[in-house]
Write a protein that binds this ligand. Sequence first.
Ligand code: SF4
Ligand code: SF4
Length: 347
Amino acid sequence: MDFETFVEGPLLWAVFLALLAGVALRIVFFFIKTIGTQNSPGSASGIAHTLHTFGRLFIPFHMAAAKKPFYATIRYVFHACLFIVPIWFSGHVALWSESRFGWDWVSLPDLWSDWMSIILLGIAAYLFIRRIVSPYINLDSQKSDYALIIIVSLPFLTGYLSAHGTLDALPFFGDNMLTIHVLSGEAMILVTAVLFCRTRLNPAKCTGCASCELSCPTATLETKDQGNLRIFNYSHYQCICCGACVNTCPEDAAELRHEISLRRLFQVLPKQEIRSVELKACERCGALFVPQPLFEKIHRTFSDDYLNFCPNCRKVNIGNFYRTLSRSYTNTKEGQHAQVDRANASG
Ligand code: SF4
Ligand code: SF4
């Protein structure tokens, strides 16, 4: 079997199987975590919650979109092109029709597929350049973030070039463009099989308040206070990418990202630590009572010394304060009465 036949035959079926396994695993976890699981007291549960969450994945009109409308719009257009073109491109539909399955469905006009590919490539170029030039995003980017954009764009670029014969005059590309296109498509499918949603708590903004934990409907995001640290743990398999943590975060610090990880494919049950925050000790009793970044933020607005005390010591302190006040009031009154008595006696 020559390389071309291998790429377009057994290898293609193997990556389709890997994709099916990856998607099936995520669907199983999605339903396990949504049906009958409820962490947030205000959210719906069971099938209603599942449908609501599922709808939020596909309908862009929710709070996360309102926070960043431009980014949300191009993200949805990008993902729409990503799904529609490979499935409804006429060349792909013809291949399925000619395959042993004989499956056939309506296809897009070629002009539409061309324009959707061009739009996708334009957005991919924007996202790639933005990652390089924006200091905030650049600082936070990993090599896999850049690789993901390239891997996702290549099948569309090579598909467009192959369909239009743009590079047919070049010696190597002229003969092998279709094989390059199939190989790049297979790389994208394989990456999709090991692609995870990852919630990230941006350390530059996160105060450790744990509102995101309270809003997480699947209890995927959870905190544990250990020693003088508050640890945030997270499991990519249990996250349903609902965005509730992003919507809830008062600091705009919770973000949802894509992550490519073969290692995490096999980490089904264990949770990973994604953030730790130091806890501040009460200056009176030493009890740990508030995340340090949250304390510093509040202290910038209110510089009251009472903030240094835990809620219990604050109560004791307020009690002492009122007792002192009451004693000084009583003393003052007694003093005034004594003065009046002395004045009456001398008068
Ligand atoms: S809600 Fe936001 S600020 Fe609070 S712990 Fe979560 S990410 Fe950090
Ligand atoms: S997106 Fe956030 S709130 Fe939703 S399941 Fe994942 S961690 Fe929980």
